[in-house]
Write a protein that binds this ligand. Structure first.
Ligand code: NI
Length: 157
């Protein structure tokens, strides 16, 4: 495994719509290594999530953590987005040193493939739902700073 370079704003990769991953590509060593490297990179950077464009790959792959546990989702789609919204303090490894308040759906359903290529479906709430929305935005070239109301430095700095 290796730690990949995280692309920072402004960058072409962060503003590009990522491509769907072909199912036959998932079992390849190259793809599996990319997933392992993304996991290692996110862990090293102490992120709550990571999307492939953040490591310079325009592919629809995200990692989202739920209570510290990382989950890999390939070609994720969100649906059944709750009417209820929550305000969350967000940051992003690609926009270092900046935090902002973003309104997100309080709950979302997700359908995706896992790293074995099997279909997964789940309902996410709270921080997990927020992370999923943030990471799926990355696949569409959207950054949290596009949506954030109050942008500033993290409170602890
Ligand atoms: Ni991000």
């Amino acid at each position: 495994m290796s730690i990949l370079n995280i692309v920072t704003h402004p960058s072409y990769f962060l503003r590009t719509k990522s491509s769907v991953v072909k199912k036959k590509y998932i079992p390849t060593g190259e793809f599996q290594k990319l997933v392992d490297d993304m996991l290692e990179t996110m862990k090293h950077a102490q992120g709550a999530g990571l999307a492939a464009p953040q490591v310079g790959k325009s592919l629809r792959i995200i990692i989202a953590t739920d209570k510290g546990k990382p989950f890999i989702f390939i070609n994720p789609k969100l649906y059944r987005k709750s009417f209820k919204k929550v305000k969350a303090e967000e940051g992003c490894l690609s926009v270092p040193g900046v935090w902002g308040t973003v309104k997100r759906h309080a709950a979302v359903s997700l359908v995706a493939l896992d790293r074995e290529g099997s279909k997964v479906k789940l309902r996410a709430t709270d921080m997990f739902a927020v992370v999923l929305q943030h990471e799926v935005d990355h696949l569409n070239g959207i950054l949290f700073i596009d949506k954030a109301k109050k942008i500033g430095k993290p409170p602890q700095l």
